[in-house]
Ligand binder design. Sequence first.
Ligand code: BGC
Length: 393
Amino acid sequence: MNLLKRCIYGFSIITLASMNVQCKSDKKSEQASQDATTAEAVTIEKSAYGTTPKGDKIDSYKLKNQKGMEVDIMTYGGIITSLKVPNKDGKSEEVVIGFNNLEQYTKDNPYFGALIGRYGNRIAKGKFTLDGKEYQLAKNNGENALHGGPEGFHRVVWTAVEAKGGDVATLKLKYVSKDMEEGYPGNLTVFVTYTLNNENALDVLYEATTDKKTVVNLTQHSYFNLSADFKKPILNDEIVIDADKLVPVDANLIPTGQLTDVTNTPFDFRKPKAIGKEIEAKDDQLIKGKGYDHCWVLNNQDKGYRFAASAYDPTTGRFLEVFTDQPGIQLYTGNFLDGTLPMRDGGTYAHRTGLCLETQHYPDSPNQKSFPSTVLNPGENYKTKTTFKFSVK
Ligand code: BGC
């Protein structure tokens, strides 16, 4: 009996002890997996940003990862108001041009950080024809229509339909552009999803459907200054654009209809070249653009989503790579920044202190039969993705 008791007691001790060990190790692994989740989590946080003059309440969402990158996006214009990434010493700093209040964005904003639609870039004389019917858009850029019209998608209020964190943080914005809004046919339902991951990449996914034949060309208009010193022009940035051809333009920045070879021109960025190296060259296209303000014909269009362009700031080591499935990319070197718009903390944005890399279809495609089509029909899904990936080297 004694022996039996002792055996049971001993067994219980062993069982309890092993349960305890098991329990402890479960706790440990639970803790470890919690740590892993916390360590890897990309968070999203909502806050109030302000109220527009029309009385719309605007929210801002901060997407933040564990690698020092954070992006602030507001529901007004789907605008990226801030984007911070580390330099080569690990210091995270602001790299996009922006204002420090909503009011300024609703006043004078040359598309800083904004979502652009329904048609990014220019449409000649603001006119195009679909199925024999001519549509007249507002002329907001001399004789031409630019970036979807005076209000476009950059001055409207988007609805956040999804905001969640986790392995990645996702902000899905929605906007319904009414039939004939800014002169474009069809009710267009648009979703733009910003996703930040832990590899310092920000994806922008554009989706749209229409109930009438229309044209669509959506893009993102952030002005990057990778040096984080907004008093400094972006001329030392080394650019690569994977394009053998350019879409040359006339004096009003409307495509001539040809696609020209970049070889032996200041537009050859197939190997890294500083923006400032040839920007002042006596080149007809540079003169017309007042610098670089052109769309390149990206290579490997049959591959779909692929590397398109990069920018590298040698002083801070920041490196931005752009990937897209679009046929073109507009490099705009902030030629119209003229020292009139306020910086966040004093001073003004001077000539060429930011650069845009706008993935898109070629300008004026609705009027250029030889360019890839930008027509969207009812029943079709417009879906395109661009990634801005940051690293250092
Ligand atoms: C255009 C420029 C225009 C600028 C407005 C760019 O996308 O290519 O010509 O002046 O947007 O900020």
